[in-house]
Write a protein that binds this ligand. Sequence first.
Ligand SMILES: Cc1cc2nc3c(=O)[nH]c(=O)nc-3n(C[C@H](O)[C@H](O)[C@H](O)COP(=O)(O)O)c2cc1C
Length: 300
Amino acid sequence: MNPLEVEFLGVRFPNPVVTASGTFNYGREYAHLYPLSRLGAITTKGTSPRPIAGAPPPRITETPAGMLNAIGLENKGVEAYLQDELPWLKALGARVIVNVFGERPQDFAYVAAKVSPYAELIELNLSCPNVHGGGLPYAHDPRAAAEVVRAVKGATDRPVIAKLSPEGPTLEVAEALEAAGVDGFSLINTLRGMRIDLETGRPILGHRTGGLSGPAIRPLAVRLIYELYQNTDRPIIGMGGVRTVEDALELALAGARMVAVGTATFADPYAPIKLVEGLERFFADREDTWLDWVGGAHAG
Ligand SMILES: Cc1cc2nc3c(=O)[nH]c(=O)nc-3n(C[C@H](O)[C@H](O)[C@H](O)COP(=O)(O)O)c2cc1C
């Protein structure tokens, strides 16, 4: 028996470690380092109906215990990924979670329908601006976010998970998405932050603000995963500053059935595979399994 095996929305994964969207692209830059099929799954870079050029540089900067990024959702658009990346990734034996975004609900549905033959799961990035809601991100607007879920559920037969933002009414959004039929959740996305260059007196990032990620946000992730787990029966992929076995187990205890590694990959491209191997060693001489830890902090 494999103590790391996880069933998630009817899909079997050999271990609970996935890459976080936007931190592993479509895997090509890492495929020469280790077999991508050794990871639980690859979550792809956010993919939209048409190509997006992204934000002006600089796009990333370090912070105490983390980083800020403002990539501006650069991607080649769904058609290019269907041609160049997804068949290649599947041929390697990797399991794939495709992260999808767009401006309108029908944009999300369009991309989800196109990538479904290659996707174990569809992950909706609800943190981008919503043109129908006066420019508010879906993450702040439970009704608009629910419309996205309804549109996507009507366009794909793959399980659909919603990626939640720690900004905005996270649990309220989750409740609305559940009523709209979402199958599961992932959290947390980044929080907006800023750094200013003392020499120029100007913001460092080209976009001025950027998303904060890394170990600095892990306690926030643990708190939100814990609270969401109390409010839902739907399975959760947890992320936010995960690098070590201890980090992963902490998120599992809070309620994460799978965990994603994001920012850690920027410091060490081997971070996701090291976590898989660390968990294999941890459970090798134990009676219990990964799944025995999931939600453990809620017992009693
Ligand atoms: C450079 C960078 C790009 C990201 N791009 C995306 C994206 O395209 N879609 C998305 O849903 N999340 C994106 N994220 C958020 C991560 O997937 C993850 O939710 C967040 O960084 C927290 O995990 P971490 O602390 O392990 O990085 C990005 C994060 C970083 C650092």
